[in-house]
Design a protein around this ligand. Structure first.
Ligand SMILES: Cc1cc2nc3c(=O)[nH]c(=O)nc-3n(C[C@H](O)[C@H](O)[C@H](O)COP(=O)(O)OP(=O)(O)OC[C@H]3O[C@@H](n4cnc5c(N)ncnc54)[C@H](O)[C@@H]3O)c2cc1C
Length: 381
C-alpha cells in the first residue's frame, strides 16, 4: 500500500488508542452481541469517556474540536476490525452534526454534551415502510398545535434504533408539499406515543440494533424543531456528502482488513501439498484486488482531504460511495472464494464481512441513486 499522506503523528497516536480500545472493549464481545442483536450500551459511555464520539464537536460542548480526520479514524478502525454492530459512525458523522449545524444554542446545550459523553445515543429516521429512496414522499406528519407538534407515522431500518435516546425525525410539517414540506424534529425516547418497534433481523450487521420506530400522536414542544420549518430537505442534502464519505471510508477500510486476513489465510492453507498462495490464480486475484483497493484508497483519501477543506461536493461524495461499496462487495466475495468452504462459515471474519458489506450498496442512498446524481451532473446544462 502506498503511504497515506493526510495523517500526521497525532492522528496515528489517536488511531493506536482507538484500535487498542476496540481490541479490548469490543472484539472479544462482538460475536455475543451478534447473538443479542445489539452492542453493550456501556460501550457508548466508554467511548465517550475516551473522546471517540463526535470528536469534531467544539470544546465548549465537551468535544475535542478537531477535524473530520478523527471521525474517519474511528470509522476505519471499527470497519477494519469488522465491528459492524457499533453505530458510532451514524451518531458522530451523521446524526450529531445536524444538532450542531442546525440546532439552536439551547438545543446544543441540551444534547451535545450527552452525545459526546455517550449518555445520549442518537439516530436519524428518514426511511419509512413505504418510502426510502423517494425521500420527498415521506408520510410521517408533524402538525403544529399551539406550541407543540403532533407527530404521527412510522419509520423503519433505523440504525441505533433500540439504543437511541433521541432521534432526528424527518417529517412533513406541510403534508401538501414535497421537499419544501419537510422538517427535522428531535424526539426523545420516552416521549408518550413514541414506541420502539422490533429490532430487525438482518442477513448481516447482526450486532447493530436496526429498528422500526412508531409515532402515534406524539407531542413535542415546538422548540424541538431543528433549524427552520420546511428546510429539512435542504439540510439533508447538505449533510449527505459527509454521510457518503463516511460509508466510503468504512468500505475502503473493510477491503484492506479483509484482504490482509486473506493474504495470511492463503499462505497458511494447503491444497495439493502446497500453500494455496502458490497457485497463480490466487496470486493474480490478490494482485488485482490490491491494485484496485490501492486506487480506491487514494481516491477516498482525496475526498477526505477535500471534505476537511469544505470542498467535497455531493457528486464526488456519491462517486466515492458508489465505487467504494461496489468494490467492497467484489473484494470480499473474491476473498471469501479464496477461503473455500471456511469462507462460508460464520466464525471466519470473511464470512461476516461478506454478509455485513451487502447493505453498504443500499443505505446512505442506494448505489442506483448515486448513479442518478452523478449522471444528472454530467447531463445537466
Ligand atoms: C441495515 C440498514 C440500516 C439503515 N439505516 C438507516 C437509518 O439509520 N436511517 C434511515 O433513515 N434509513 C436507514 N436505512 C434505510 C436505507 O437508507 C434505505 O433502505 C435505502 O435508502 C433504500 O430505500 P428502500 O429500502 O425503501 O428501497 P427503495 O427506495 O424501495 O428501492 C428499491 C430498489 O429500487 C431502486 N430505485 C429506487 N428509485 C430508483 C430510481 N429513481 N432509479 C433507479 N432505481 C431506483 C433502488 O436503488 C433499489 O434497488 C437503513 C437500511 C438498512 C438495510
Amino acid at each position: 500500500m502506498i503511504p497515506r499522506t493526510i495523517f500526521d503523528s497525532d492522528h496515528e497516536q489517536f488511531r493506536d488508542s482507538v484500535r487498542k480500545f476496540l481490541e479490548t472493549e469490543a472484539v472479544p464481545f462482538h460475536s455475543q452481541w451478534e447473538k443479542e442483536g445489539a452492542i453493550d450500551r456501556q460501550l457508548w459511555n466508554k467511548a465517550g469517556a475516551q473522546g471517540f464520539l463526535a470528536p469534531t464537536m467544539p470544546e465548549k460542548y465537551g468535544g475535542v474540536g478537531v477535524d473530520f480526520r478523527y471521525n474517519a479514524i474511528v470509522d476505519e478502525e471499527i470497519s477494519r476490525l469488522g465491528l459492524t454492530g457499533i453505530g458510532f459512525g451514524l451518531h458522530s458523522d451523521i446524526a450529531v452534526p445536524y444538532i450542531l449545524n442546525y440546532g439552536t444554542e439551547d438545543q446544543k446545550q441540551r444534547y451535545l454534551p450527552g452525545c459526546l459523553s455517550g449518555e445520549i445515543v442518537t439516530a436519524i429516521a428518514m426511511t419509512e415502510p413505504g418510502t426510502g429512496s423517494d425521500l420527498q414522499n415521506v408520510k410521517t406528519t408533524a402538525i403544529l398545535d399551539g406550541d407543540e407538534y403532533i407527530i404521527n407515522g412510522s419509520k423503519t431500518f433505523i440504525t441505533n434504533g433500540q439504543h437511541a435516546d433521541t432521534v432526528v425525525v424527518v417529517c412533513k410539517t406541510n403534508p401538501h408539499e414535497k421537499a419544501s414540506g419537510i422538517s427535522l424534529i428531535m424526539v426523545d425516547a420516552g416521549t408518550p406515543g413514541f414506541e420502539k418497534g422490533s429490532n430487525l433481523e438482518k442477513i448481516g450487521m447482526k450486532a447493530q440494533d436496526t429498528s422500526e420506530l412508531f409515532f402515534q400522536d406524539v407531542r413535542v414542544p415546538k422548540a424541538n424543531l431543528l433549524g427552520e420549518e420546511g428546510k429539512g430537505f435542504v439540510y439533508l442534502m447538505e449533510e449527505l456528502p459527509q454521510e457518503r464519505l463516511s460509508i466510503a471510508l468504512t468500505a475502503a477500510a473493510s477491503c484492506e482488513g479483509v484482504l490482509e486476513q486473506t493474504v495470511e489465510y492463503v499462505k497458511d492453507r494447503k491444497a495439493f501439498g502446497k500453500p494455496i498462495a502458490s497457485f497463480q490464480n490466487t496470486q493474480f486475484k490478490l494482485a488485482e484486488m490490491d491494485s484496485e483497493v490501492t486506487s480506491l484508497r487514494v481516491f477516498v483519501d482525496r475526498c477526505l482531504e477535500l471534505h476537511i477543506q469544505g470542498k467535497l461536493d455531493a457528486v464526488t461524495a456519491s462517486k466515492a460511495k458508489l465505487l467504494s461499496t461496489d468494490l467492497q462487495c467484489k473484494v470480499i466475495d473474491e476473498c471469501l472464494q479464496l477461503h473455500g468452504g471456511y469462507g462460508y462459515m460464520w466464525e471466519y471474519p470473511v464470512a461476516r464481512a461478506f454478509a455485513d458489506a451487502r447493505v453498504q450498496r443500499i443505505y446512505g442512498g442506494t448505489n442506483e441513486i448515486m448513479k442518478l446524481i452523478i449522471s444528472r451532473s454530467l447531463l445537466s446544462d
